[in-house]
Design a protein around this ligand. Structure first.
Ligand code: ZN
Length: 342
């Protein structure tokens, strides 16, 4: 990136109300068949336009073509039965009805590559594409075949690597893997989670990122956050191994969280997407609040490695709120950019 403090979002942005229910996470589509295909493309263009209006430097598709950040990917795989559902606890937090792995998993065809090519056609700006991480994928399924979390995650890592290589060829600049599960299953992350992530990025020449957050602003997550105490030190358990990994960028939740900023010192040398926008409130950050979060992060992250970002996706917010938050992100980054170059 040529720009100092390039801004981006963690991933999802609100969908237009003609495509999906507003302010509703994982809403069903309102369109069908070809109108849905066309509608998703139109929504992607709108989402891109909104990011550009707000001055976001690294843009994305706003995840307009997916209903869910994990299951939309899994729907395209062999070996998973969506009819045969089981109730499991997601990240040890909330019950969800999930599909069952009934045989060897494999990718039938590209999942997001056509969407990525379409986004690439719309802009010359750097683009980031989010994929689910292997550990978060296995946590969103019931496994009746491998009966080993590690083995299933490894198989998903191989599939993700195939998809990532095609995304790279389509011109994606940064491929991000969403791993909220890294904040929960520390022993497994260190035993095999990071190894699976490295398998997923094997051979890639584009930049790679891992997004580790405390989740969307839904009740199950905000209730869980209340149990975490005054200091959230979850990152401490996985940062040392992550620092030693080949991943280029780490995307984190910071503003309004209770993560002690000094934990960022544990990944010094990595590029860090610092969450300076809280996605769990409708309150709009002031540019000065954003700037403060970035200044705090600059104590532990070199300026050329600091990427101002949102804490997580903004899909459940209204478009007005999300746009205002994007504007605040840009304005806050501009303040600190000015200070750094003065
Ligand atoms: Zn997130």
């Amino acid at each position: 990136m040529n720009v100092l403090l390039p801004t981006s979002t963690a991933g999802s942005l609100p969908k237009p109300s003609w495509l999906a229910e507003s302010e509703t996470l994982w809403s069903p589509w309102k369109l069908q068949e070809q109108t849905l295909v066309d509608g998703k493309k139109d929504a992607l263009c709108l989402s891109l336009h909104q990011q550009q209006l707000a001055g976001v430097d690294i843009v994305s598709d706003g995840e307009q073509t997916r209903q869910h950040f994990v299951t939309t990917f899994i729907e395209h795989l062999n070996g998973v039965d969506f009819e045969n559902r089981k109730i499991v606890k997601i990240r040890d937090r909330y019950d969800a009805s999930v599909p069952t792995v009934i045989g060897p998993v494999s990718r039938q065809k590209s999942v997001f590559v056509e969407d990525a090519k379409f986004l690439r056609q719309q802009t010359d700006q750097p683009i980031k594409w989010a994929l689910p991480g292997p550990m978060t994928m296995i946590d969103t399924l019931y496994d009746d075949h491998y009966k080993s979390r590690k083995e299933l995650a490894w198989q998903f890592a191989i599939i993700l690597n195939q998809e990532a290589k095609e995304l790279e060829a389509a011109g994606v600049d940064i491929i991000q893997f969403d791993e909220p599960a890294f904040n929960v299953f520390f022993d497994e992350v260190n035993d095999w989670g990071i190894a699976c992530l490295e398998r997923a990025i094997e051979g890639l020449k584009c930049e790679t990122a891992v997004h580790i957050c405390y989740g969307y602003g839904i009740k199950a997550n905000t209730d869980w956050k209340k149990t975490l105490g005054n200091e959230w030190r979850q990152y401490e358990a996985v940062f040392p191994k992550l620092k030693a990994s080949n991943i280029d960028i780490v995307s984190l939740e910071c503003h309004n969280s209770h993560v002690p900023m000094e934990l960022l010192a544990l990944i010094r040398g990595k590029k860090v997407m610092v969450g300076a926008i809280d996605v769990a409130t409708n309150e709009i950050e002031t540019p000065e609040q954003v700037a403060n979060t970035l200044r705090e992060a600059l104590k532990y992250v070199d300026a050329d490695k600091l990427y101002p970002c949102t804490n997580c996706g903004m899909a459940p917010l209204s478009r007005e709120v999300a746009n205002a938050k994007l504007n605040a992100l840009s304005a806050g980054a501009a303040i600190v950019r000015q200070e750094l170059t003065a």
